[in-house]
Design a protein around this ligand. Structure first.
Ligand SMILES: [Zn+2]
Ligand SMILES: [Zn+2]
Length: 141
């Protein structure tokens, strides 16, 4: 278990799994999400600006809900996010169908060639933990 700083309110909390937000913010975030979902359910054609105003959330929050796949909008909805690879407008996830398909192709050809695609993320995690430790020390002083 790690002590981390909440991405939303910066409070320190014990982080186990999932997004780096404290339990209290998680609850608030869930309430925000429900308001957005309900508003879009009643007003499927609402624009991003209207949704943010009516549900009292930020554009970033709505985009995050879409990226996480928690929120879905109808196909003709003016609300959308950009494909992280080619920038085309999509309504959920991170990439458009085209980019997803070409990435899947790349992945399958890589894993056919060599059997250890999992090695890199491990190093990343230990690096992050080391940073966090020095962070904690600095704050305590
Ligand atoms: Zn928080
Ligand atoms: Zn794309």
């Amino acid at each position: 278990m790690d002590v981390k700083s909440c991405r939303r309110c910066r409070a320190l909390f014990h982080h186990v799994v999932g997004p780096q937000i404290c339990p209290q913010c998680k609850k608030l975030d869930e309430e925000d999400f429900q308001r957005v979902k309900e508003y879009l359910y009643d007003n499927p054609g609402a624009t991003m600006a209207t949704v943010c105003e009516e549900a009292e959330v930020t554009v970033k929050q709505v985009q995050r809900y879409l990226r996480e796949g928690r929120l879905t909008v109808s196909e003709d909805s003016p609300i959308g996010i950009d494909c992280e690879s080619c920038g085309v407008k999509i309504s959920t996830g991170r990439y458009c169908d085209k980019c997803r398909a070409s990435m899947a192709n790349q992945f399958s050809s890589v894993s056919k060639g060599q059997q250890k695609p999992e090695e890199k993320p491990k190093t990343d995690t230990s690096n992050r933990m080391r940073y966090l430790d020095s962070d904690k020390l600095r704050r305590r002083r």
